[in-house]
Write a protein that binds this ligand. Sequence first.
Ligand SMILES: Nc1ncnc2c1ncn2[C@@H]1O[C@H](COP(=O)(O)OP(=O)(O)O)[C@@H](O)[C@H]1O
Ligand SMILES: [Mg+2]
Length: 400
Amino acid sequence: MKQNGFFENIIGDSGMMKQLKACIRKIARFPWTVLITGESGVGKELAARAVHDLSPRREKPFVPVNCAGLPDTLLESEFFGYEKGAFTGAEICKNGKFREADSGTLFLDEIGEASVKFQLTLLRVLENRVITKIGGLKEESLNVRVLCATNKPIEKLAADMRTDLFHRISTFPLYIQPLRERKEDIPKLAAYFIRQFRKEYNEQSAGTEALNISEITADALSFLSGLYFYGNVRELKNILQRAVMLAEAHETCIREKHVREAVYLIPQPGTDQGTAALRWLYEWALSNQNRFRNRHRQVNESPPEGWAGRWDIKRMRMPAVMPGSFASEEDLWEEICFTVKATNELLTTGGFETKSVIRDWTARGWLSSGSRRSTRTGRMGSKTVPMYCFSRKVIEKIII
Ligand SMILES: Nc1ncnc2c1ncn2[C@@H]1O[C@H](COP(=O)(O)OP(=O)(O)O)[C@@H](O)[C@H]1O
Ligand SMILES: [Mg+2]
């Protein structure tokens, strides 16, 4: 193993990741509890392993336990173990997780899901530092460092959990930011994962054709950086893996096309809302277009809804072509554009939850294309207003 073990696998030099790494270095040597919070896939388990690998316990076991869905009836045997003959079926003496992790680190993942009974059990052990096996007669003392993780926000955990346990486990809190708030880490992460995929592939497919992919294009990275990443780093890794599989065997680069396809292959949470909302907007625009036909020249007369409309954009971008007869321009339009204000109002009218629709659109890459952001500004009268623009490609793909 590398000298610093998993610590060296933490990729990212955004301000937040630098801080996180510095913090891990600092707290690793202490035997006390650390609570790691952050959305799913941000790297909580990786951080926990890094803490362990930098600690004096690095040569001892790191024992991960998932606290979600552990039935209360199994708690004691799972954590404390049992003596031979303690109950029917106990044919051998078995150590529990606490004993397994002795002198090492116990990682309690999804601690926010621990049952009430589990919380009580845990509290007792953490306070007394002793356990007794089921059917055992004596207490055994323990030397275990406990690390906990949860994807609940810390204030939610504090509200949901027994207060005494919460304070017991949150001795030192480590928060890991969502990937979307540190997008500058994406290029390094992508390069790292591509190296990892090559290594894994070449190890497992010895003798067959090697994997050629070794790079990712700037366009592909820029498309990636427009995504929302509900699943954070895990999702990024997953998308890239899919993109590698979608590329042709001779290709050496992951291109934007592969990444797009990879993203669209997996429905995003709430995507149906995003699709339905765009369809609704499009239909609204079609059925209302006559209201805007006569107004395209005077943008300051835009309707109260603030729909800038496709012709306004056309006019702004191709003054030589517009104004003209709309019929002949019909097949020229490239985009449908709404001011942000109009979008919000229309979505509300349509009964959509605006925030989550925008999140879906962003996640699916509909609001960005290559390096060109699709949230742009337009002019309404003398004002400059932000707008959402959907390219014809997007609309065709989704609606037509
Ligand atoms: N900063 C990072 N550098 C490299 N790999 C990362 C990083 N953050 C997360 N990963 C990888 O992403 C995946 C998910 O990380 P994990 O620690 O399981 O997240 P969590 O426990 O927060 O859900 C793992 O494969 C992990 O190795
Ligand atoms: Mg995890």
